[in-house]
Design a protein around this ligand. Structure first.
Ligand code: ADP
Length: 351
């Protein structure tokens, strides 16, 4: 099972980690205060922003609701934020629901039949809609029609109900799981990517102003490099740094304060936490760099193999600490040197 935004499905441990990309605790509420409301305030993703701007400008000029939009990408990168921005930019209301919240096609039918003209319907985790609801959604998106069943048993009849034009914005962490007929009904698909450090620095500086944290030079950089390319993590680290500043009566938060505050949460200079380090240590120290099978590795670090595979590994692989080979996981030179060790053999022979 893969980890999912919002619900933390299949990754209970993940929700306890400071470097989790999913919201934890009351973050969905505190995320709100840091959400930009206009496309202009949305940091980074320049190509996506330019495409979306054109798409919205054209709809405004034609004076029709825009085509349906699909936002795909890992959790915490701004999909919900973008959906809210689209509604704001179009000056229309937004209705928010999610795949898991819709248990029956009827739940979706009642939402659809109550939409106003031009309204945005945001469906988070759209890949988790039940099959019957998906089918109902195809028709509603294409023909602006929903078939309402009246009565039960042999006497039941379906009455077509015409809907006003509206815009669906779907968000998914797993685009590949969407059936192609559903994917084909989106006029614009945006892929959100992890953010480079410079963009996260800007984001942290902006959030610091909102949260009233006075950051010294280089402080935003120290948080950005530990944020795993993810705005939600960047904002979370900033909140913990704010706690530190409050408790220590700091007027200005310097880079040394950031390092000290975040090392208290066992987040190191590359954004790796206790579990990431335990994984690398096990491969390097116990297996001389690998290859190691996932189950053995998970047993060594005392975690579920699912947690290691879906939570730790993607970041370790992306940052070049780990390579997945058919024979198992192999630590790279970068992993050895991050742990302050030198490999005995030529690491590249292990790949
Ligand atoms: P997702 O829906 O992809 O899981 P969210 O839209 O909920 O992510 O974003 C998580 C947090 O990060 C929110 O507080 C949001 O304001 C902030 N955020 C995400 N992307 C950006 C961005 N590009 N610029 C500014 N803030 C962002």
């Amino acid at each position: 099972m893969e980890y999912d935004a919002q619900t933390n499905t299949g990754a209970k441990e993940e929700s306890l980690r400071m470097v989790s990309a999913a919201p934890i605790g009351n973050e969905p509420v505190s995320d709100e205060e840091l959400r930009p409301h206009a496309l202009e305030g949305f940091i980074g993703q320049p190509l996506l922003k330019a495409q979306l701007q054109l798409f919205l400008d054209a709809a405004r000029k034609r004076d029709v609701p825009p085509d349906h939009i699909l936002l795909a990408g890992p959790p915490g990168l701004g999909k919900t934020t973008l959906a809210m921005i689209v509604a704001n930019e179009l000056n229309v209301p937004i209705r928010v629901t999610s795949g898991p919240a819709i248990q029956h096609a009827g739940d979706l039918a009642s939402i659809l039949s109550s939409l106003d003209s031009g309204e945005v319907l945001f469906i988070d985790e759209i890949h988790r809609l039940p099959r019957a609801a998906e089918e109902l959604l195809y028709i509603a998106m294409e023909d602006f029609r929903v078939d309402v069943m009246v009565g039960k048993g042999p006497g039941a009849t379906s009455i077509p109900l015409t809907l006003p034009r509206f815009t669906v914005i779907g968000a998914t962490t797993r685009e590949g799981m969407l059936p192609s007929p559903l994917r084909a009904r989106f006029g614009f698909t945006a892929h959100l990517d992890f953010y480079p450090h410079e963009e996260l620095e800007k984001l942290i500086e902006r959030s610091a102003v909102v949260l009233g944290v006075n950051l010294g030079e280089e402080s935003a950089h120290e948080m950005a490099v530990r944020s795993r390319g993810t705005p939600r993590i960047a904002n979370r680290l900033l909140r913990r740094v704010r706690d530190w500043a409050i408790v220590h009566d700091l007027d200005v938060v310097g880079p040394a304060d950031v390092k000290e505050a975040l090392s208290l949460y066992q987040i190191d200079a590359e954004g790796l936490d206790r579990l990431d380090i335990a994984v690398l240590n096990a491969i390097v120290s116990q297996f001389n760099g690998g290859p190691v099978g996932l189950n053995t590795l998970s047993a060594m670090v005392g975690e579920e193999s699912e947690t290691v595979e879906t939570v730790c590994e993607p970041y370790l692989v992306r940052e070049g600490f780990l390579i997945r080979t058919p024979k198992g996981r192999v630590a790279t030179e970068k992993a050895w040197s991050h742990l302050g060790l030198v490999p005995k053999d030529d690491v590249s022979k292990l790949f």
